[in-house]
Design a protein. Structure first.
Length: 83
């Protein structure tokens, strides 16, 4: 079941996105250096939402959501960094 993003969750996301170092982390992210367990953990968090729900809160957040989902798929398809 898809749930609506709560304002508490949204405020937390806004704090993270306001950190300018996040742009550098996103730009330098390499899915080959992400473990499969982290990808699965991230997927579990994101699966609570849909891009439509996120887009209703903020278009830019929907772009981050879509990018993150695609990175999770790349990690999974590569097998991820060995732990």
């Amino acid at each position: 079941m898809q749930r609506a993003a709560t304002s508490e969750n949204w405020r937390g996301c806004q704090r993270i996105l306001a950190d300018y170092s996040i742009l550098s982390k996103v730009d330098n992210f390499d899915p080959l250096y992400c473990t499969l367990s982290k990808a699965h953990e991230s997927e579990k968090i994101l699966d609570k939402y849909s891009v439509e729900i996120i887009r209703n809160n903020d278009l830019n957040a929907a772009k981050v959501y879509t990018w993150t989902k695609s990175m999770i798929e790349k990690v999974k398809s590569s097998g991820g960094l060995k732990e």
